[in-house]
Each structure stands twice: as structure tokens, then as C-alpha cells.
Design a protein around this ligand. Sequence first.
Ligand code: GLC
Length: 799
Amino acid sequence: MILSTELEYKGNLYPSKIIFYKKHVNILYFKSENNVVLQLTVERDSVLRFRYSTTGLFENDFSYGITMYASKGYNHLEITEDDKKYIITTSKLICHISKVDMRKSIFDAKDNSLIIEDEIGFHWEESYKFGGDIVKMSLASQQGENFYGLGDKPVENNLKGKRFQNWVTDSYAYVRGTDPIYKAIPFYTALHKNKSYGIFFDNTFRSFFDFCKEKRNVTSFWADGGEMNYYFIYGPEMTDVVSNYTDLTGRPQHMPPLWALGYHQCKWSYYPESKVKKLAAKFRELQIPCDALYLDIDYMEGFRCFTWNKEYFPDPKRMVKELADDGFKTIAIIDPGIKIDTEYSIFKEGLENDYFCKRADGPYMKGKVWPGECYFPDYTNPKVRDWWSDLFKELIEDIGVNGVWNDMNEPAVMDVPGKSFPDDVRHDYDGNQCSHRKAHNVYGMQMARATYHGLKKFSYPKRPFVITRAAYSGTQRYSSTWTGDNVATWDHLSIANQQAQRMCMSGFSFVGSDIGGFAEQPTGELFARWIQLGVFHPFCRVHSSGDHGDQEPWVFGSTITDIVRKFIEIRYQLLPYLYTTFWKYANEGIPILKSLVLFDQKDPHTHYRNDEFIFGEKILVCPIIEANSKGRRMYIPKGRWYNFWDNNILIGGEEMWVDADIDSMPIFVKEGAIIPKYPIQQYVGEKVIEQLELDVYYKEGKEISEVYEDAHDGYDYKKGRYSLRNFNQVGKKHSLTLQQFKSGKYISSYDTFKINIHGLPFKITNIEVDNEKIDISKINGNVTFIVTKEFREIYITSK
Ligand code: GLC
């Protein structure tokens, strides 16, 4: 197979027959006559790692992608052989390795069905130009197989028939199909015959994935260097695949502060101070909830990181404090390019300590970014990361800035071919010195990591908040992210929807888009529709380049302002629900947004759906993505769904028309759900929560819902000071039982729940709370009543 790389094609090489086999605990080695070694590690019963060497020797086993906390261990491991193959059996998988050519097949141990098998399998080309190999893997695609994931690719959810590359790239005003863009997440999930598995190709070189494009029945992936080193992750449930992928590559190391899930307002740029203050005042005046304001590059002195333009911001500490007093957090941008200026202390320190990246023959890597010519810290050097982390002391601890936005960290370089470093730039790569070919895709990740550690240290005892543009697999451990410089068009609204879903599917849920579009200016209608989508994204920020006009919620006239306010208020009401789904993500790796295929993989209708998604576990959302719409057709997944606006029940499993004029959008709640709600606040912490509302959506049958809470900042929750409420709802024709099981030591500020029951099919004659009757004379038509938060069982009946 000839695969297109930029390199000269010299012919493929293949493993020959296996002549040697050895086992060391959970690691198996197979060696071929021509010196290829396959190292197969049984990471878990459902996770196998395949690593190949073409010389008999392996590189140092080092990965930025894999977390040290990845779980290991299996219940069962047995290795047998016959004339033709080795057979590796775990409790979940059976893997065959052919003695003839090292090709492998993997089966489900439960029913012996084939999950995946090699087409050619491993093969490679030698690279005389760079040394090492161009490593390749090809798999036979199964009948009806579909593919999902791969990070931020701006295309439809299903990747079948497409080819992509991973090379993080500054992509101003990218369009549908632009590839690659900002992120390199070489992980995909495949699904066939209701069985799902994932492939994580942990190789940081420029890599490629072909999903049945070059050959109809073949999926392949390859990289311009490094090792063929990939993890096979079995489900068969898609959610388990994604969750196991984040077990390997990590989950957010802690919960975000709750304010980070509020609404954020950004522009390039809000300055001077008086403008920032006016902006803040306007939010409060118009009563549009907002938690965070951003300072883009103009707050700095000549774009020098860690400095302030004293003319625009004479006393940043005072300003940040005054904003904080009004409930606003301040987020400041920090880019990697350090201006070449011998009077600039950060530059001097970097130079004196040899912290900047160098070209192969010794000169510094010099490149132009906002400040003009810059040098760039080598974040792949642990010493540089420590230095970088410490630079945040003043910004965070002294001035009081609450979060940091890392941008241009692909790294972006202006006016040069490839818009980044050239290949020859050298990197430490944590002691595994290498060229930029290998370090490029992790550069931004390591910057975000160093920033995260700095913020963690200097925000203490508060939680850090970081946002990054560039990312490699595993960056979700340190940071949130956004989808980069999009454009104010209707198609971009739809792209943002798919990118957010895809990122969640790729293990990185803390994601959002520049709401309204970064480049150009949206119409009021487009802005409103984008806000409607954006409030259902884990990260919710309006941002724009500012040179095409303003993009604050009030610039499009009062009708739009009212719609925007209404939807931001919905987000603030749903904060305890969103926080719970974040906790599920941070704890179990469950994606915060679920594409329909992830929600119901059994239903083939979901395999090609793009627009509809599940927010958390129970809320179905579908944005309006066309101008002048009064509604749209959408697929309602199987099951019974309550229309959020009028409580009408729909039976899913088909496409239908849903009304949604400009002040509305299709939102549905899964029957049986219990949705927690806070009162509307102008910012997180504005009010002491005196009562938690629980919206109960009656279902005939059983359904479980969870509500997770803690202090919403700080680390006490790690010591058990959290509150997890499991609610069981059991609905029958004439009764409804709600049970609560609580764990954790956190004591919430409220004492009562206000319970609102939707869709109850009978008239209540009796309510018992923990076996005691309550007075039902005051219960109105909406079936609302108040109970103690300690209740264990509520029994509602018509008899
Ligand atoms: C890049 C970022 C954008 C930012 C601008 C100026 O284009 O993607 O968000 O506003 O740089 O810092």
C-alpha cells in the first residue's frame, strides 16, 4: 500500500515469520526472522497495547499522553499456541497473532465474534532523510463499520470515507473540512454490529488516519516517525471506550471552580481599564449573568508576557479586586513567544538559563508573533516548565488574576512556511532529545501543563483555571479548550456543534467555541442561535476579534438581548446539573456531551446524526442552524421525552418537526429524569442557595438521577467533603416513589428541596415523606411541594 507522506517512497517492509516468543508478566514479545519485535502489553482485560520495533530495539518508553494514574490489571490471562498462531485470552478479549506474518485478529471473548483484524497489519518504510521509520498499520474494516472522534476535526460526526492528519496548526478562519487544525488527538472509536472499540495511536509525529477512503474496506493510520505504538480499547459500549481512553490519557485532575462553568465574555481586546469596568457594569445593569471577563494581548506592555501596560491598566491589582467585588473573575492571556528584548526580565532569565528552543546547528529558534521577533521556551524541558510555572506568582497570587488563557501555542509563528517552527528545532522532550517533528504536537500541551501547575500553586487554596488552544491527547488533565478562530457564519455554528461533540467523544469535554464567531460579525439572529447552543457547551464564552464590531449580548437590539439573557439564565439554573455531569466526566470519563451514537449505539439512526446531542445524561438539545427558522426537523432518540417548554411528551425513534421560534430551541428532558436547579444568579456565589429545586419528570418505570455538589472551589471535596445524592424514581400508574441515597460529608447551604413534578398521570390524594403524611391542601396544579433535604423516601399516590 502506498500511503501519501511528504517523504520519498522507498517501498514498504513487512514482518516475516515469528521465530521467538517470550512472556514477562503481562508483556509478551514476539520476534520475527527479520528482527521485528511486537511487544504486546495486556494493560487490562479490555485494553491491549501493541508496540513494534523494526530493529529488535525499542525507544525509551516515554509518553506525554499516558497518565501515571492509568489503571492496570486484569482478571485473566492465558497464552496458548497452535501451528499457525499464538492465542492470548483475557476475560474480555481473545487475540490471535499469526506465526506466519505477525498479523493479528481480536475477538470478543464472550461470543467469539471478530472485532478487528489486520489487513496488512504493521508495515513500514525506512526514512533515510530523517532516520527511523515511517510506521504504518492497516486494519480490515468490518461490514457496516463507522468511525468517530479524532479531536477537533471540523467535519460531520461520522468519519467514514475520510482521511485526516494530526499536526496542530494555527488555523485562522478555517472552514468545514480544513485539516489539520489546532489539535492532535490520535484517538478514534469504531462501531460495528453494536460492538465498539477504540484505537489510540500514541505517536506525536505528524500522523494520518484513513477511514476507508483509500480502500473501501481498509482503515489505516501511520506516522512520519517514532514507533508504531497503539492501544486497542474494547467497549463493547462506546461510552466505555471513551471512558477507558481517558483512564489511559487522564481526566481533569480536579473539578473546575463552579464559576468556570458560568458565562464568560471575551473580545480582542477589552482595554483600557475604563472599558473593562463599563463592560462589567453593563452586565449587572442589564442583569445578564456573567462570571468571567478576559484580557486579550493588549493588556500587556508591547505584548510582553507577564507585563502590564500601565497606561491602560495603571493598577491591575485594584482593578481585579474591584471586578471581583462585583462577582467577576479576570482571565488573562499568556502566549509562548517571548519578545527579544534585553531589557525585558523574562527574556533575560530565559536566555541566561538556556530555556529557549534552538535550531539544529545552535542558533535560537527566532520567530515573529504579536510582540515582533521572539524566542520560545522549550516546555518539553521539565526545568523550563518549573520556571514557567513560577512566573505566574505575580499575576495570580499578587494581582489576583483568576485564570490563564494560553494561545498561539501550536506554536504559531507568523509569515513563515508551515506557520510554525521548522522541523530541525531541538527539544528536550523530558530527556529524550528530539527534533520538532516529534515535539510539535505536544508543545502546546506542555505549555498548558506548566501553566496549570503554576496556577495550581499560586491560586491555592482555590482551584486553577486554564484554557488552551493547542492540545495533544491527555491535555484534558490540565486545561479547558476552545475551537480556535472560527467565523461568524451559520455553517460555523453547525461546525461548533460537531466539534464540541467530537471533542467530548475524544476524551476532552471541557470545550466550547467562540460564541458568535471570532472573525467577522454575526447578525443578531445568528448570535442568538449560537448562544442557545453555547449555553449547552461545557465551556461557554463569547469571543470575537473585535475589528468587525462588538459582540456583547446587548449590541443586537433588545429582542436579542432578552433571548440571550433568557438562555444564559437557563445555564445558571442548570449549574448543579452541569456540575454533576462534570463530576461524572472528571471521575469516570463520561463525556459531558453525548452525540446520539454515543447515547444509543444500538439504534442505527443515530450513526450518522450530527445536530442533536445529549447534554449530560438527561437533556436532549438540538440547535437551530439556519436563518429564519421557526423550528426544524430533528431525530428524537428512542424513549419518551418531555418538551422542556411545554411538558408535552414525545415518543422517540423517528425524525420529527419541532417548533422553535427565535426565542426558543428544541430542548427535551428524558422521562424519569430528576433535574436539579439553582435560582438565577448574576454570578456564581451571588446568592446563598437556600433551596434546591428538583424537577421530577414522571416515568412509568425506574430511573436513577444523581446530584453532585461540593464547596464549588478548593480541595476539601477530595477529603470527602462532597455530597452525592442518588435519586431513584419509581413510577407506577397510581403512584410515584422517590428515594434518596446520600453519601459524602459536605453540608449544603440549603435545608429543603422544592420538588416540581412534571407529567404525573394521576391526581394526588396522599403524599408521605418518610412515612409521614404531609398536608396536600396547598399543592397547586403544578404539583409542587417542599420537603427536607434529608428525606429518604417520598411516596405519592392517588389512593
Ligand atoms: C488568536 C486567538 C484569539 C485571540 C487572538 C489575539 O487569534 O485564537 O482568540 O483573540 O489570537 O490574542
